[in-house]
Unconditional design. Structure first.
Length: 136
């Protein structure tokens, strides 16, 4: 296995085990590595659920080394020039929190979308009431 670790990045060979489209338009990619030492595995586990950059390049039989030009291209890559959000929007964060509450309540008798709409409507009414109480 080719493995390179540099401070905040890890470069390794792998295979793509599966690719699928998700409901929200994103794509899920499952990657499998060969056996990895503890340092490499530790870095991968630390990166779990983090926003990352990835370079995927087909393996060429006569080129088993990691190409320095590929590493340089990754270093020069700027994700923000592609307008990729790095943080969740406030609306997405709110939806996630309502979902966690819904799950902790035992998914009470309705699908999540209906529950979410009802909770947001209550929040909107609450904000309207506050507006009406403000003395102008």
């Amino acid at each position: 296995m080719s493995l390179r670790i540099d401070h905040d990045k890890i470069i390794f060979d792998c295979t793509i085990d599966g690719v699928r489209a998700l409901k929200d338009g994103t794509i899920s990619v499952n990657i499998h590595t060969q056996e990895m030492n503890a340092d490499g595995a530790g870095i991968l586990f630390a990166m779990n659920q983090k926003y990352l950059y990835a370079v995927l390049k087909p393996f060429v039989k006569d080129d088993s080394e990691i190409n320095p030009e590929d590493v340089e291209a990754l270093e020069e890559f700027k994700g923000d020039k592609y307008d990729i959000p790095k943080d969740k929007s406030p609306a997405k964060r709110l939806r996630d929190i309502v979902f966690i509450k819904w799950k902790k309540l035992g998914s009470p008798g309705q699908d999540f979308d209906l529950y979410y709409k009802q909770r947001i409507e209550k929040y909107i009414e609450h904000e309207k009431d506050l507006i009406n109480k403000i003395d102008l």
